[in-house]
Design a protein around this ligand. Structure first.
Ligand code: ME8
Length: 636
């Protein structure tokens, strides 16, 4: 069985709205996921949110909200941004979800029983924003060496993970697997770090100080350290423990994409934790650089963060995605400035790609009656063909080596080459001189080059490349794979379907300033107002089901386990209707169930679907069919 290609983003803290740094890692992961899907691989792309710990608890306190209400609000802002950025993730995990907590607790229990977790007293300096302890010698001028904030001296009993036990094995693994930490200089940084003695890791917080976390299963007075909780998402989401079949198809991760700020937690804590559990290590942890703005790293505390929404609303998500991917050499820092952004977009997407699309469509309209012309070859078209057909292989190799901006450069240089080809062959002249065959050959070659380029750019600019291909009536969903990149894919004689202009020129003032107009900085809209397309709605599989059996769930009086029948199929769902319906009332009832919801574990019970009910304040009322109808009937 072929392994699923598995990539992850960090789980972002929901203490504030997302900024460009978060957008970058997520777009990068989406682009790599889309490329691998186009290579014909099955992909599992995971993102999500980190919702426990002091950082979140104090943000919630500041906003006068409970931690979970705070998380529920902020998670929507991340999801709304991912929707706006056209991110196609396969799963979104929140660390407050039951499926995740269950796995964290199981692992803690296992490691405690194995003797890898022990209790001891500890004195150290604690940094709240970084959620970690430092020793005296770590501090720089008495402050946190990572974020330069004030640290507090804390003495307390805590639980520790015997991380030192895995130090040698980890060093050996890094040495024997050169691709484990990338880029190379980050690997060297971690290797140096691991040459010094490694302390055991404090993995608990007393509940009296921090109750917002997962309780330790062997001592309820403590909660789990937020980093061990959050890192575990990479195995809890694909199903470790509760869905081992799925987990074995997906794990190990092919790439954990992270920023360089969280290198140690991912390259030291996480692999040691996995070794202790006895699970294979991820294949590659890839740390990219920082987006800088003005003086230094973009960060909330410096007040120099760029709000991605402004750019997306003003210039479209594709221009923004393109800029992020094009501007940063993976591993290095990059600077975000309005001027660099505008110049890039105007020169590469407006002048080069956008122009190639519009002039090709116009020439086919004007010189070929709006139909794809016949292919006639000559030396010039053969030369272009040769240059075009080698690009997919080069792009594939560069993407696999994570040299993404070089892959883009390769495609853009083909765009420029095709524009030059048009200048050199001058179809307008051939038309005037009535050289019909030659004209057709040139237009066919240009159209094919444009088809290649648009498919190759699709993972970066999914929306605009889809529109570009619609000009040729090509459905990217059916013909977007790299396998379809054989010369001659366009059928002569088919009518073209001219679309709107792809990228309007960004107008600047004489001094280069852009007018950002009315766009507000706080423009991230709540998820609830995001419109659902009809195609999205059609994905829901809602059916009539009949309740056969009802079982109370121990320790959760509002929850009922329902055995239901949908047509011929039997299933189990867990529903929070115990306070409103008695088992006797429910048995035999026909209800409405969303059947293709991702299965979840609720209070340790598998729930495969969700019944639909109306709520009003405290009241819950089940939806039932108006007249009798068989179970399994489809609701549309
Ligand atoms: O660290 N440039 O979450 P976080 C580039 N919850 N990328 C940036 C960036 C910048 N200026 N700022 C942030 C956490 N990022 C933990 C992770 S994982 C199990 C737990 C990106 O919300 C980059 O990917 O602080 C960085 O690693 C991540 O956001 C940190 O996000």
């Amino acid at each position: 069985m072929k392994k699923v290609f598995y990539i992850t983003t960090p789980l972002y803290y929901v203490n504030d709205i997302p900024h460009i740094g978060h957008a970058y890692t997520t777009v990068l992961s989406d682009v790599i996921a889309r490329y691998h899907r186009a290579f014909g691989e099955e992909v599992f792309f995971l993102t999500g949110t980190d919702e426990h710990g002091e950082k979140i608890a104090s943000s919630a306190r500041e906003s006068g909200s409970s931690p979970i209400k705070h998380c529920n609000k902020y998670v929507l802002k991340f999801k709304a941004l991912w929707k706006k950025l056209n991110i196609e993730y396969d799963d979104f995990i929140r660390t407050t979800e039951e499926r995740h907590e269950l796995v964290v607790k199981e692992i803690l229990k296992k490691l405690y029983e194995k003797g890898d977790i022990y209790k001891s007293t500890y004195t150290g300096w604690y940094c709240t924003p970084c959620e970690r302890f430092w020793t005296n010698k770590d501090l720089i001028e008495g402050r946190c060496p990572s974020c330069n904030k004030t640290v507090y001296k804390i003495k307390e009993s805590n639980y520790f993970f015997k991380m030192s036990r895995y130090q040698e094995r980890l060093l050996k693994h890094i040495k024997e697997n050169p691709g484990f930490i990338k880029p190379e200089f980050r690997k060297n940084e971690i290797t140096e770090f691991l040459k010094k003695p490694l302390n055991d890791l404090c993995i608990s917080r007393p509940k009296s100080r921090l109750s917002w976390g997962i309780p330790l299963p062997f001592d309820e007075d403590y909660t789990c350290y937020v980093w061990m909780d959050a890192l575990t998402n990479y195995i809890s989401a694909p199903g470790y423990i509760y869905n081992n079949k799925k987990f074995n198809e997906i794990w190990p991760a092919d790439y954990h994409f992270i920023g360089k700020d969280i290198l140690t937690t991912h390259c030291v804590y996480w692999p040691s934790w996995l070794m202790a559990i006895g699970i294979e290590l991820p294949r590659t942890i890839f740390a990219h650089g920082w987006w800088m703005s003005g003086e230094g790293k973009m960060s909330k505390s410096k007040g120099n963060v760029i709000d991605p929404i402004i750019y997306i609303e003003k210039f479209g998500e594709d221009a923004f995605r393109y800029f992020l991917m094009r501007e940063m050499s993976l591993g290095q820092d990059a600077t975000f400035s309005h001027n660099i952004f505008v110049n890039r977009i105007n020169s590469e997407l407006v002048n080069d790609y956008g122009n190639l699309v519009s002039r090709t469509v116009k020439m086919i309209k004007d010189f070929s009656g709006g139909k794809i012309p016949c292919e006639h070859t000559n030396q010039k078209t053969n030369q272009l063909r040769k240059e075009v057909i080698k690009v997919p292989r080069i792009v594939k190799e560069l993407v696999k080596e994570m040299r993404l901006n070089e892959a883009i450069e390769e495609v853009m240089s083909l765009v420029r080459r095709t524009n030059r080809f048009i200048e050199e062959t001058a179809p307008w002249k051939l038309n005037k001189e009535n050289k019909k065959k030659e004209l057709e050959g040139v237009l066919y070659a240009v159209s094919e080059a444009l088809r290649f380029v648009s498919i190759l750019l699709h993972p970066i600019i999914p929306n605009k490349s889809t529109i570009a291909l619609k000009n040729f009536n090509i459905d990217i969903k059916k013909r977007g794979s790299f396998n379809s990149l054989d010369w001659g894919g366009l059928t002569s004689g088919t009518e073209i379907n001219p679309q709107e202009m792809l990228f309007p020129r960004i107008k600047t003032h004489l001094d280069g300033r852009i007018d950002f107009g009315e766009l507000s900085r706080a423009a991230i809209r709540p998820y609830s107002v995001v419109k659902v397309s009809f195609d999205d709605f059609k994905k829901l599989d809602i059916k009539i089901a009949e309740i056969k059996e009802v079982i109370n769930i121990k320790g959760a009086n509002k929850l009922l386990k329902l055995k239901i029948v949908i047509g011929k199929e039997e299933r189990q769902i867990v529903a929070g209707i115990g306070a409103y319906y008695s088992p006797r009332e429910l048995i035999g009832k026909k209800i409405v169930v969303l059947t293709n919801l991702e299965p979840r574990i609720v209070k340790g019970e598998l729930s495969e679907g969700m019944l639909l009910a109306a709520t009003e304040g405290d009241k819950i009322v089940l939806l039932t069919p108006d007249k009798d109808i068989s179970s399994g009937s489809i609701i549309s």
